[in-house]
Design a protein around this ligand. Sequence first.
Ligand code: ADP
Ligand code: MG
Length: 255
Amino acid sequence: VAKPDPILVADGVRRQFGGLTAVDVAHLEVPRGSITALIGPNGAGKSTFFNLLTGFDRPNAGSWTFQGERASGVPAYRVARRGMVRTFQLTKALTRLTVLDNMLLAAPKQSGEGMLGAFWRPGWRRQERENLERAESLLRRFKLYDKRADFAGTLSGGQRKLLEMARALMVDPALVMLDEPMAGVNPALVQSLLEHVTALRDREGKTVLFVEHDMDVVMGISDWVVVLAQGKVIAEGRPDDIRSDAAVIDAYLGT
Ligand code: ADP
Ligand code: MG
């Protein structure tokens, strides 16, 4: 379905693992400024699709644009720098680093490249200070500031999900992709995560693409829902339309 102003447009994206076609997306558009849910049964190809879009994996075929510019074939760190970031289904927090260091590692110009040279460049210290301020302000917002000096490994599952989301925001992205942000999180934290997700759209004008299994959550906060089954988009639409879509019900009941 063509959107008035899509932030992301994918065409003919296919990924095969041996004889298995994990992703086979003919066409997909993510509306700018929306919260778009990507749903589908286990093994539908949702995480693989995220990996492809963010440069963590390579497709067998297909291309996509982000903000109108070609983004396929671009390495992950550059995709992130352009403003398209993702979190992982299994959190990638570095457990033996402090919470604050996890944030700083995700900062722009802290990727490790040319650090020695950068040290002498004017502006480096300013950049470092700005990164620190941004990290601390995000940690306050996600209620992790008191934990900033603790190893990330000491955080609860839910707190790691919050850290993952906070980390993703270090580059001030236009598109935030969340892979099962609420999975394994206790109900009290789910509410807080949901508020953070809607705030990204409502207060910052960001676009959110997220994978989620809880249909109440999906229907509650999404503007648009895309349904993936066996790698293909089998339906998309507004939450109310998707809820009553026979193919969707079939895909869930059939597995
Ligand atoms: P989802 O996130 O929707 O649950 P995935 O994208 O993780 O689904 O997986 C889609 C399919 O691709 C599954 O059948 C899975 O087993 C397979 N798959 C994913 N990654 C690999 C891989 N690296 N090697 C082989 N098969 C994979
Ligand atoms: Mg997955």
